[in-house]
Design a protein around this ligand. Structure first.
Ligand code: PDD
Length: 298
C-alpha cells in the first residue's frame, strides 16, 4: 500500500509528492510547522497544536490556507489512508510560491500546505524511557523569536547532529549560561528538594504543547513547579532531569555531556509525569466518547 501525503488540496503518493522549486519554504525557510502525536488512533493535544499553528502564522503574517476544521479532517483522513494507529502527523504551511525576492510577494497570498503522517513506534519510545536518554549541551545560536514554530531549524539541526555523533538523543541549548530548551523539546529538572524546574515562556523558547499539558499533570499530582531558567551545573546536581515534546512525550535524562544526572537511572517524577501524560490523553478519549470516536480511526 503506498504512503499517502496531502499537498495543496490533493492526496498524493508520498514518494511522488512535491512542491515547486520556488516555494518560499524551500528558498527562505519562510514557513511554519506543527507535529502532532496520535496514539491508538487518538490525536494528543490536537487543539493545542492547531492553536499554536494559528499563532505562528499570525506572527509571520502568513495566510492560513484552510480552516482548522478542514485541517483536522485532512489529518484524520491521512492517518486512516495510511492505516496508522500510532502516528506523527506533520503539518507545514509556507508563504507559497513566488519568484525569489526577499520581501513578501505582491498580489493575493497563496500559501502552500503539506500534511504527512508517519508511523510512531510507541514501544521504542517506552524502551528509551526505561533506559533514559543522554543529552549533550550546545550553544543556543538561534534567532530571537524561537517561540514561533518556524521551519528555519538550522541551529537545531546542527545541535542535534552533534548530539547524535556523541551518542546522545538530545542537545540542550545554552544561552547566557542557562539552558533554554532542547533542539526539539523542552528541558526540565527536578531539584533535590523535589521542585520541578523548567524555563519560563518567552521569545527564547518554544511554548511546548506537551510542556503545557505536563504542567497540568504536575499540578494534578500536587507536584511543585517553578518556571525559571536553570544552568547545566544545577542540572548535574539535580535529582532528575527530563525533556518533553510531541515526539518523545516525557523522556527521562540520565546524563549530560557524559556526566551522570541523579543516580544515573530514570527518575520517579519523570516516570509519573510520563504515565500521567499518557493517561490524560486516554482519559480525554474516554471522557469525551463522541470526540474520541470522531478521532478514533481504527
Ligand atoms: N519539536 N522546543 C523545540 C525547539 C521544539 O522543536 C519542540 C517540538 C518543542 C516541544 O514542543 P511540543 O511539546 O509542542 O512538541 C520544544 C517537534 C516535535 C519537532 O520539531 O519535531
Amino acid at each position: 500500500m503506498p504512503r499517502i501525503a496531502y499537498v495543496n488540496g490533493r492526496y498524493t503518493r508520498h514518494a511522488e509528492a512535491g512542491v515547486h522549486i520556488e516555494d518560499r519554504g524551500y528558498q527562505f525557510a519562510d514557513g511554519v510547522y506543527e507535529v502532532c502525536l496520535v496514539l491508538n488512533g487518538v490525536f494528543w493535544d490536537e487543539e493545542g497544536h492547531l492553536a499554536r499553528l494559528d499563532r505562528s502564522l499570525n506572527e509571520l503574517a502568513i495566510e492560513k490556507p484552510m480552516t482548522t476544521r478542514a485541517m483536522r479532517l485532512v489529518m484524520e483522513t491521512l492517518v486512516r489512508k495510511n492505516r496508522l494507529k500510532d502516528a506523527l502527523v506533520y503539518m507545514q504551511i509556507t508563504r507559497g510560491v513566488a519568484p525569489r525576492n526577499h520581501p513578501f510577494p505582491d498580489g493575493a497570498p497563496n500559501p502552500s500546505i503539506v500534511i504527512t503522517a508517519k508511523r510512531f513506534d510507541f514501544s521504542k519510545s517506552e524502551e528509551l524511557a526505561k533506559k533514559g536518554a543522554k543529552v549533550i549541551t550546545a550553544p543556543d545560536i538561534r534567532w530571537g523569536r524561537v517561540d514561533i514554530k518556524s521551519i528555519s531549524l538550522l541551529p537545531n539541526v546542527l545541535a542535534k547532529e552533534a548530539a547524535k555523533r556523541a551518542g546522545a538523543q538530545e542537545a540542550w541549548l545554552v544561552r547566557d549560561g542557562f539552558i533554554t530548551e532542547g533542539g526539539s523539546s523542552n528541558a526540565w529538572i527536578v531539584t533535590r528538594q523535589g521542585e520541578i524546574v523548567t524555563h519560563p515562556l518567552g521569545n527564547d523558547i518554544l511554548g511546548g504543547i506537551t510542556r503545557q499539558t505536563v504542567l497540568k499533570c504536575a499540578e494534578e499530582l500536587q507536584m511543585k513547579v517553578v518556571e525559571r531558567p536553570f544552568t547545566k551545573e544545577e542540572a548535574l546536581k539535580a535529582a532528575e532531569a527530563f525533556f518533553t515534546s510531541a515526539t518523545t512525550l516525557v523522556m527521562p535524562v540520565v546524563s549530560i555531556d557524559g556526566e551522570q544526572v541523579g543516580d544515573g537511572a530514570p527518575g520517579s517524577v519523570a516516570r509519573r509525569l510520563r504515565d500521567a501524560y499518557i493517561a490524560k490523553g486516554q482519559s480525554a478519549a474516554v471522557a469525551a466518547p463522541e470526540a474520541a470516536n470522531e478521532n478514533r480511526l481504527l
